[in-house]
Structures are given as C-alpha cells and as structure tokens.
Write a protein that binds this ligand. Sequence first.
Ligand SMILES: [Zn+2]
Ligand SMILES: [Zn+2]
Length: 195
Amino acid sequence: MSQSVSQRSNHLKPHCPKCERVPLVSASGRASRLLRCTDCRGTWLPRDAAHLEAVRELLQADDTIRPGSVADARTGLCPFGHGILIRAKVEIDDSFYLERCPECMGIWFDKGEWNKLAQSHLLERLDTLWDPAWRFRHRQSRERELVRRRLEQSFGAETLGQLDALVDRLGDAATTVRAEALAYLEEKLGLRRGD
Ligand SMILES: [Zn+2]
Ligand SMILES: [Zn+2]
C-alpha cells in the first residue's frame, strides 16, 4: 500500500526512463517543453513538441551517439506514469532504438539519437518508426540500397547503370525472352557449365 503511494508521488515529478532515480529537468528558453536528464543527457520529447524549431536548435548541439551504449540497450518507463515505453529500431548505418509511450506518445531520445535521426531525414516521420508496415518497407528499401552499394563497389557505378538500362529494356519482355537474355549473359561471362 505504502509502496503504491510512493510510486504515485514519484510520478508527480517526471523521472528519467533510463536512470530511474534521476528527476528530469525542463530545458531552458524556447525549448522549455523538453525534459532532460542531467545524468545520461537523454531527452523527453512531448507529443506536440516535435516540430518546434527551438527543439532542433537545442538538440543539434547534442553529442555524437555511441552505438550499442548501455542506455540504448534497454527501454524504460514513461516519465508520466503510463508504464513501459515501446521501442522502435532505427535502421540506419549505426542502428539504435527510440522509445515511445503508447499513451501520451512522448518520445525518449538517448544522448545523440536526435542528431542521428536528423541526418537520416527520419526526423520528419517519427511516428512511422512504430508502424510495422512502414518499417517493413523501410527495411526492404534499405536492404536494396545496401546491395546496390556493394555492387557499385564491385564493378563501378557506370557498369551498374548499364546493367540497369539493360533491365529497363528487357524488363517487360516475355519470360522466355528474359530467360534467354540471362542464359546469354551467363554463357558470355563464363558462368555456364559446359554441356
Ligand atoms: Zn538519465
Ligand atoms: Zn506517457
């Protein structure tokens, strides 16, 4: 009984989702709706503060993220007592997790995560990170991009462009024609077992 009372009074003062015992403090000036942890230097972004210019100004001065940091490896509780935050994996070069409260929709950024997002242009579509369909499409297009990058390294952008042009020309052809084209390439490239 006494425990639930102390838990409730804890919620009156928002605490850091990652450090738990550390109270969050308001940022200064125009970004005063943001709450920050003086210990881990993470930031709580309330639902309706996402597009404040002041938020950008404040967080752009943030330090670089360290991938795989201890804080990033786990989720935490909503500072306003709504329970556990839901994680979303941000799949860019150094993947990391963001946490969002399913009730008040506030978002927790570990130190440096805001800047990582800003660089990848995902900042404009924050909510989509928690949308499974969008995440699936994003992952697919990211995998395609990685394959492309690897191919470019293997034989250069110019040759890749020529292959793309070839695909464009033959893409709408009948299946048998496409199969013939592939067989021709395999033979020319010495990939066919002798018959
Ligand atoms: Zn903290
Ligand atoms: Zn909440």
